[in-house]
Design a protein around this ligand. Structure first.
Ligand code: SAM
Ligand code: SF4
Length: 342
């Protein structure tokens, strides 16, 4: 077990022999637990409306330049059918924090997807009422993904200016979600302005303390229409891509059976290698975007996010080819945490 000081030291030296050892050890653990299997989860981004003021995200409510959309029920189900036909065993329903989407609407979507397709359903809809979480679980939702983004409460407040006190409600919500039976996913962004190496080391500890079923660690990618665009010189973390990979490796070592995605942001930052790099550093999950156009191009969390093309046979082939090249294959299971039945 590494001390906080040791973690900080290696995060500041991502090209050191110690870092190399961590990358190798994480890959060995991943291989021992998951063999060559990679779980594929299809994301459908059902709305880009958001009531939140996250200073890092292009969907934040202050971005008046963004054209907003909400997908219709039939459009969502069609996208889910496409994902299922492509062999995805998990469908992730994601959106900005959009209270105008009723809990009944989401409930109907969950029920219909579970009825029609043999898939697990993950929700990633931001902070909602406890009753909503409970209802969706009872209807059949399997997992909830809500990143706490940073464990540094001052930084969290700084990046959410409407917060009156230094706090992060998401950490409490994650505990509630777990209690009512969801598989719970959470994690952080790496390299947001004002973030320190010390806080990254603390994030890693919180990730392990929460005993997450899924751990998402992605690089911060700036977006022009956000307040943080003016604070880019306040980014303290160097070599954000490699630091993200090292944090993925450390998370794998500390949480051997957790599902860890090679995040979309990694593949946007490094379109050629990013996704494969994540998988070689301890990740065992990939989450392609199956949102149909014109919506996919409008879900602009960060610059470059919307450049990839709509999912089709060719994209699917490219993904399978990449997996083959690194000695992996798509899993045919739903990919619950390994200690549970698949
Ligand atoms: N609204 C929901 C929420 O906040 O949980 C789900 C959608 S939100 C766009 C999903 C994730 O995008 C956030 O948890 C955050 O980690 C990530 N994100 C937002 N802005 C980002 C940026 N500029 N760079 C990288 N990731 C970002
Ligand atoms: Fe909204 Fe989520 Fe983006 Fe925050 S991170 S602005 S809650 S979409």
């Amino acid at each position: 077990m590494m001390t906080k000081e040791q973690v900080i030291k290696v995060l500041k030296n991502v090209n050191s022999p110690e870092a190399e050892e961590i990358f190798n050890k994480a890959d060995q653990i991943r291989e021992k637990i998951f063999k060559d299997e990679v779980h594929l989860r299809a994301i459908i981004e059902i709305s880009n409306y958001c009531v939140k003021d996250c200073l890092y995200c292009g969907l934040n409510r202050e971005n008046k330049k963004l054209k907003r959309y909400r997908m219709e029920r039939e459009e969502i189900l069609k996208a889910a059918e496409k994902a299922s036909n492509f062999g995805f065993k998990t469908i992730v329903i994601q959106s900005g924090e959009d209270p105008s989407i009723s809990s009944d609407f989401i409930g109907e979507i969950i029920a219909k997807i579970k009825e029609d397709f043999d898939v697990a359903v993950t929700l990633s809809l931001g902070e909602r009422k406890f009753e909503d979480f409970l209802k969706w679980k009872e209807i059949g939702a399997d997992r909830y993904l809500l990143k706490f983004e940073t464990s540094d409460l001052n930084l969290y407040q700084k990046s959410h200016p409407s917060l009156k006190v230094a706090s992060n409600k998401r950490i409490e919500i994650l505990k509630n979600l777990k209690e009512i039976g969801y598989e719970v996913g959470s994690g952080i962004m790496v390299g947001i302005p004002f973030q320190t190496y010390e806080s990254l080391a603390e994030d890693l500890m919180l990730i392990s303390e929460l005993d997450l079923d899924m751990i998402a660690i992605g690089p911060y990618i700036p977006h022009k229409e956000t307040a943080f665009w003016r604070d880019l010189e306040k980014i303290e973390i160097k070599e954000i891509e490699r630091t993200t990979l090292l944090l993925i490796s450390l998370a794998r070592i500390l949480n051997p059976t957790a599902n860890i995605p090679s995040t979309t942001a990694l593949s946007v930052l490094d379109p050629k290698e990013g996704r494969a790099m994540g998988l070689k550093c301890g990740a065992n999950v990939v989450m392609p975007d199956l949102t149909p156009e014109p919506y996919k191009s409008m879900y602009e969390i960060y610059d470059g996010k919307t450049k990839s093309k709509e999912w089709d046979e060719e994209e699917q082939k490219k993904l399978h080819q990449m997996l083959k090249e690194i000695g992996r294959k798509p899993s045919l299971k739903k990919g619950f945490r390994i200690s549970r039945q698949n």
